[in-house]
Design a protein around this ligand. Sequence first.
Ligand code: NAD
Ligand code: UD1
Length: 338
Amino acid sequence: MNVLVTGGAGYIGSHTCVELTEAGHTPIVIDNLSNSSPKSLERAAEICGRQIRFYEGDVRDVGLVEQIITEHNIDCVIHFAGLKSVSESVKMPLPYYRNNLESTMALCDAMTHTGVKKIVFSSSATVYSADNIMPLSESAKTGDCTNPYGWTKYMCEQILRDFAAASSERSVVLLRYFNPVGAHPSGLIGEHPNGVPNNLMPYISQTAVGKRECLSIFGDDYPTPDGTGVRDYIHVVDLAKGHVAALKYLGSHTGASVFNLGTGKGTSVRQMVAAFEQACGVTVPCKTAPRRAGDLAVCYASVDKSACELDWKAEKTIEDMCRDSWNWQKNNPNGYDD
Ligand code: NAD
Ligand code: UD1
């Protein structure tokens, strides 16, 4: 299939372009490079031995998106483009609502005008309400989001459900990612957050490489086995393969469907630090710090529905995630600027 990949130069998008190509699809990327480098796509092309067509532009430019769809005979869209920092969204909510909602609606307009009927959307486990019991199944309660970023995902899901309901031929897959980490095993592509990382894994690897002095463990008094927060970390290559599975699913289903992409297993902060030290042979200095506002004690997915209906399961281990993060980090300490 010819797949329009919005935000394809980003962390998850670049890994997905590799997996799409390796599965015989042709990704065509549009990205405004607001949080990425075009080098990610050059490196992705190096991995899969095929050029990846790239348009530098904004998804909100409906004319440009229509032109790309027509020129490349696009069969379906994977929509990664969006702003994703929770903390930034709290400080600047309007750019988050504008970018994330308007890009989704512009894409729906362009699809309507050109007759494209299939779309996969990057949603997040953050849409689940805090009062659910674990594991989170796709039917768990959503809403009560704790930040504007989370609300944009919640609202885009609703826009896309309504988009699917408005025409019986449309097919929408909403993928709720848990905690994507790691990098391609080649060490050529990976995640390079701007400034001080908010998320655990990039903070650990930047501490291990000496860019940060010490990891602050946000709370060690949670009701978990070692007192630290538990999350469902998923290797980005497994996550990327989940998109290939979603494309297959789109081919034989209409309407809107939602799937968790996680491993179904929880790992605590201390367990992750220990696994990283073990897998990479490095030391990660740590100190205990107060809890971070808005954090849950435990969050992990039920993966039964994605296993049954998408025929997809995460395969990589925590050790793979640590080793591949470290391989990327030590070979590219400044990301794509190296
Ligand atoms: P990323 O920032 O690396 O990639 C997003 C890409 O979208 C960037 O390359 C950016 O330049 C581009 N972009 C943003 N707005 C655009 C616009 N209007 N037009 C064109 N391009 C635009 O982020 P990522 O980690 O690869 O995440 C991809 C998607 O998955 C995002 O929608 C994110 O919210 C979602 N998601 C990510 C995580 C995570 O932990 N990384 C978790 C859950 C959901
Ligand atoms: C965070 C976001 C979530 C988003 C996800 C993307 C918040 C409140 N939530 O989730 O909306 O979808 O990232 O991957 O920001 N930790 C430390 N020290 C650190 C960093 C993190 O101890 O320096 C702990 C956290 O308290 C948590 C765990 O590590 O227990 C994972 O944190 P993180 O990687 O930020 O992911 P989430 O909190 O799950």
